[in-house]
Design a protein around this ligand. Structure first.
Ligand code: RB5
Length: 155
């Protein structure tokens, strides 16, 4: 199994936590590559720009996953979900992170730096890297329904 190709991004509210998580990912053997879309320490790019760019990488399959950080994790997930084929969640507990992958095949995890502390965030990301959606699972048909709704095929 190849390592994960992960895109990371944050707005100014998420910058510090994104840096912590980027370093964690860069030192993890399960990760093949980390692409940092910013912002940098002085960056002020609004979260929708970062989230859309990150989701674009997931949609065009140049990345397997995106890890996004803003103040709440909400705006990042809302924006990433506008990109076709992308399933993004905000999750701050282990069970939700687990189900986001195993039930929903979410490729994007958004965290809120004003919601979660760095140690819990690191633990969740560590666990996230071990999770892989099973396309043979009962959840696959439900994820396919999301895609049908997204493409209008269900009408
Ligand atoms: C700050 O712009 C804040 O709104 C942002 O970081 C994020 O929490 C949005 O969802």
């Amino acid at each position: 199994m190849n390592g994960w190709r992960v895109v990371v991004g944050a707005d100014d509210a998420g910058y510090e936590l994104k840096e912590t998580l980027r370093k964690l990912l860069e030192s993890d053997a399960r990760v093949e590559s980390v692409t940092d879309l910013g912002v940098d320490a002085s960056g002020t790019t609004a979260y929708p720009h970062i989230a859309a760019e990150a989701a674009g990488h997931v949609a065009d399959k140049s990345a397997d996953r995106a890890l996004l950080v803003c103040g709440t994790g909400l705006g990042m997930a809302i924006t990433a979900n506008k990109v076709e084929g992308v399933r993004a969640v905000t999750a701050h507990d282990a069970y939700s992170v687990e189900r986001s992958v195993l039930s929903n095949d979410a490729q994007v995890l958004a965290l809120g730096a004003r919601v979660i502390g760095p140690e819990l965030a690191k633990k969740l990301v560590d666990e996230w890297l071990d999770l892989r959606f099973d396309p043979g699972s009962a959840s696959a048909a439900k994820v396919a329904l999301i895609r049908e709704i997204e493409t209008g095929a269900s009408k």
